[in-house]
Design a protein around this ligand. Structure first.
Ligand code: NAP
Length: 247
């Protein structure tokens, strides 16, 4: 498929870590597609930043908690329209609470978005990349999946599931020349962590050997490496980007 434009799809690429990945992958020369769920403005802003730097970017609304929406999106926007070089499964959300008080929807929604949504995007991307005979898939998980985190039973279970999915998908897709890896960020300065109070932030900071929180760009550099020619022989790996923190 030589005529199609090499494209990197970043779910939740409108802000935070996803935005940094989009900007960085655009610098690597990919056309980037960023998705959001409910807030179009940050997505437009991400595309504007990329276009002003000479890159190509488009944004799309896509709720990854909706299986049919994922199927439709890949059919209408990706398949036979672009060369899908990279999928960054970045979209994620939290609904924290202690496990004894966690409601069914609170549990299921976080699993649906962070784990099932990432799986269905990976599944759709894999079908396309198998026909292309090449592709890179990078799942964004979390250090908390390795350490556990009080108040995040749903989120840590979903992100740990994503690690198992990464390893299995890597084994299944390696014969098709598709690599699948995960990046596990520690505490990164984004809207997701901005909600934490000062006391919690200081507690986390004490646990980070490099003595600073991470920036979205720190994560984006690792993602860009895994997508680059230098990452060609790496698959099934979980790369921690956490300042040395394992809580
Ligand atoms: P963020 O700033 O809260 O941005 C989340 C992005 O995901 C937004 O683009 C949001 O779209 C989108 N999104 C949320 N729910 C979605 C859904 N149901 N369907 C599609 N898109 C959805 O998050 P972030 O901090 O950059 O985190 C990005 C990823 O890194 C997540 O998977 C997160 O779990 C992981 N992570 C973050 C940290 C951290 O310290 N920040 C640490 C470890 C792992 P809207 O703008 O429309 O809401």
């Amino acid at each position: 498929m030589p005529d199609l434009i090499k494209t990197a799809l970043i779910t939740g690429g409108s802000r935070g870590i996803g935005r940094a990945c989009a900007i960085r992958l655009a610098k690597s020369g990919y056309q980037v597609f960023v998705t959001y769920v409910s807030r179009p403005e940050p997505a437009f802003e991400t595309c504007k930043i990329i276009e002003e730097a000479g890159g190509q970017a488009s944004s799309f609304a896509l709720d990854i908690g909706d299986h049919q929406a994922i199927v439709d999106f890949f059919k209408e926007k990706i398949k036979d329209r672009v060369f899908l070089s990279v999928l960054v499964n970045n979209a994620g959300s939290t609904m924290d609470g202690l496990l004894v008080r966690m409601g069914q929807e609170q549990w299921e929604k976080v699993l649906r978005v962070n784990l099932s949504g990432s799986f269905f995007c990976l599944q759709q991307a894999a079908k396309i990349m198998m026909r292309q005979k090449t592709g890179r898939i990078i799942n964004i998980t979390s250090v908390t999946a390795q350490s556990g985190n009080p108040g995040q039973a749903n989120y840590t279970a979903a992100k740990a599931g994503l690690m198992g999915l990464t390893r299995t998908a890597a084994l299944e897709l390696a014969p098709r020349n598709i690599t699948v890896n995960a990046v596990a960020p520690g505490f990164i300065e984004t809207d997701m962590t901005a909600a934490l109070n000062q006391e919690v932030r200081e507690r986390y900071l004490e646990m980070i050997p490099l003595k600073r929180f991470g920036y979205p760009e720190d994560v984006a550099e690792s993602v860009a490496f895994l997508a680059s020619p230098g990452g060609a022989y790496i698959t099934g790996q979980i790369l921690g980007v956490n300042g040395g923190m394992y809580m």
